[in-house]
Design a protein around this ligand. Sequence first.
Ligand SMILES: [Zn+2]
Ligand SMILES: [Zn+2]
Length: 359
Amino acid sequence: MGALTIDAAVIERPGEPFRFEQLSMDPPGPDQVRVRIRACGVCHTDMVMRDGNLPVPFPVILGHEGAGVVEDVGRDVAGLSKGDHVLLSFHSCGACAACRDHEPGYCDEFVPRNFLGLRQPGEGSIRRGKVVVGSNIFGQSAFATHALAHMDNVVRIDADLPLDLLAPLGCGVQTGAGTVLETLDVQPGQSIAIMGAGAVGLSAVMAAKIADAGRICVIDRHAHRLALARELGADEVAENLSALVEPFDHIVDTTGVPALLQQSVAMLAPRGTLALVGAYPPQTVAIDPSAIMSMGRRIVGVVEGGIDPRRFIPRLIAYYREGRLPLEKLVKRYPFAQIEEAFAASGQGTVIKPVVVMP
Ligand SMILES: [Zn+2]
Ligand SMILES: [Zn+2]
């Protein structure tokens, strides 16, 4: 089988705009799945990668909330076939202790497989002439008409479901919802404060509602995002943490703002947990250890919600079908050609979850 010509949005060097290009895609290797991408969500991490603040290989094809239809599968791929509708998620090794425990977000190879985009021997790539383009980001690189994903990060869904609306399940939505429903395992009646009302924070709000939390509080700087938080089930919203009445059984930080972390520890109830979900630049936060110790409080780091996408995404789809995950309130669609506009809207915070739709 020969190479396939695809259209992709390429970032040549850190910080540069997208450039549309025709590139050449190899046939899928043994564990790879070729997906005709229909839609891909824009995630905050895409901006961090575009700007060169994560170690991705340039030139690079970003995009890690892909959704589409399987076109071809490698010889070792089981349980997937041509024509299947699929959502793509992050990539993991499948063999380390975390992967065996169904917590692949803590995979030993998380960084090489998701950011470095390294390929295993025999895997297909995307090429510009003889040059291999960075095209295995999160095991997908889905800002393109086609992607080569992997057995472990492809989740089959029913063909009647809207691929463009559900694309963000594979990163942003599962991160917020997984933190609440699995890592924190919020119980009925418990209180929760969510810091930041972006896609991850608002997914945490919807999940807290699903968990039947007693008091759901949200802080954010944007009034329109707080209004949406209320619409999705928040009981109290505020621009500052100090405006909320403490304590909280759970606090979720999606902001990465150090001052908020320091402030929030003191607002935890006895045995309360602070979940760190944001993108944190290298920094130090001063925390009084006795404030953690004496109350049995916890601080936990969370990657991708701490879930296994192949188990958790079907659970999210069931909530979506029941109307408990109204993603249409978060998503705005953009034609693929307007990917720059989609990124600008996300960067300015005017759109919660832009999704680019492929032609
Ligand atoms: Zn692993
Ligand atoms: Zn993401």
